[in-house]
Design a protein around this ligand. Structure first.
Ligand SMILES: [Zn+2]
Ligand SMILES: [Zn+2]
Ligand SMILES: [Zn+2]
Length: 121
């Protein structure tokens, strides 16, 4: 079990682009699904991995810069990119006075069909 964990952790470290649980299962068939989910949860909770979702609810994971950012997600291939825009942050903080409390965070995902997928059609 510990060996599986180490193998999995090492594999996740090497991933640069977004991935799904199914991809990890294909890459590492010897590692059990429960171990994958448990490890991913620990990494997401500790901030080492970002978790985002496609519009159908299927999760994608990615290693990102830990600074505040949003995600641009391709709904066809599931690729995830980081997105930062100052005017988005300003707009969101400007609505704080209209909220029934103090804003402690926000989440924003933008869904696209990426250029690679557009070219493939
Ligand atoms: Zn991210
Ligand atoms: Zn795409
Ligand atoms: Zn933001």
């Amino acid at each position: 079990m510990t060996g599986q964990r180490a193998l999995l952790a090492q594999h996740l470290q090497s991933k640069r682009s977004a991935f799904s649980v199914e991809q990890i299962r294909t890459d590492l068939p010897s590692v059990g699904r429960a171990t994958i989910y448990r490890t991913l949860k620990i990494l997401v909770d500790s901030g080492a991995l970002c978790k985002t979702q496609l519009p159908d609810g299927s999760p994608r994971y990615k290693r990102d810069d830990p600074a505040h950012h949003h995600h641009v997600v391709c709904t066809r291939c599931g690729n995830v990119e980081e997105f930062r825009h100052e005017s988005v942050e300003q707009t969101l903080s400007s609505i704080e006075s209209d909220l029934p409390g103090v804003m402690v965070g926000h989440r924003l995902e933008i869904f696209i069909i990426c250029e690679k997928c557009l070219k493939a059609t």
